[in-house]
Ligand binder design. Structure first.
Ligand code: ATP
Length: 228
């Protein structure tokens, strides 16, 4: 069983065909990059995967189950900026979430450590940089020890140091056995952190390959050039 499988997944918003027949597979333990320019249909696809919106047609299986069938504890997602309380500390925000989810508070310190926020965990969320906010979002997605992480443009808006930190953390999570599906509009980023890549253009999955092949050049480079 692959952690993510979609078959001919499509979504129309009125006359707009946002996602057209996307069939993709994410294999256990890999970091899969979903690469495409703004508006290509990445977020719409990820929202369908998570059951946030209903597909117009096609199927989704996450960890072997259709959306909404009891896998959500094993799937962590960072898709819409999580709502944190600005006047609470990063740690307290996670404690609130952990209590709500029935997760032990000891886990809060573990995930703060994982994302490199332990040193600033006592500071109010309102004082965090964008990179720290994004890392706290990732920490919240890790609270339940997910087998699968779905991250929508996790480095978007971060400065170069914040991007580098986030990429290292994602690779470490994968090294510890977590499967990761992330979207990006940066070819260089996908080359850096992913094992395989699927290219989405105007709602269609136009190419899929390993990053090793991508680095070696070949046909995908031609397809992917507009995103460089
Ligand atoms: P971005 O990085 O800008 O979020 P994306 O690849 O994630 O881009 P989507 O957000 O999935 O792209 O958008 C794909 C297309 O679907 C776009 O043309 C967008 O305008 C359209 N779209 C997305 N959500 C809606 C919606 N709720 N109603 C109408 N159109 C939508």
């Amino acid at each position: 069983m692959n952690p993510v499988e979609t078959t001919e997944l499509s979504k129309n918003f009125g006359d707009i065909a946002a996602v057209k027949g996307v069939s993709l597979t994410v294999r256990r333990g890999e970091v899969y990059g979903f690469l495409g320019p703004n508006g290509a249909g990445k977020t719409t696809t990820l929202r369908m995967l998570l059951g946030l919106i209903r597909p117009s047609s096609g199927g989704v299986r996450l960890l072997g189950n259709p959306p909404g069938h009891g896998y959500l504890d094993k799937v962590g997602a960072l898709i819409e900026g999580p709502a944190f309380y600005p006047y609470l500390s990063g740690r307290k925000n996670l404690v609130v979430l952990a209590d709500h989810a029935g997760v032990a508070r000891t886990r809060v310190d573990a995930v703060l450590d994982t994302v490199g926020l332990a040193g600033r965990a006592g500071d109010r969320y309102a004082t965090y940089s964008l990179g720290m906010k994004q890392r706290l979002g990732l920490a919240s997605a890790l609270l339940k020890e997910p087998e699968l992480l779905i991250l929508d443009e996790p480095t978007n808006g971060l400065d170069p140091a914040g991007m580098a930190d986030m990429r290292v953390t994602i690779r470490e999570l994968a090294a510890n056995g977590c499967t990761v599906l992330l979207s990006s509009h940066l070819l260089a980023e996908v080359e850096q952190i992913c094992d395989r890549v699927g290219v989405i253009s105007r709602g269609e999955l136009v190419a899929e390959t390993t990053v090793a092949e991508l680095r070696a050049g070949g046909t995908l480079r031609v397809v992917a050039q507009p995103f460089d």
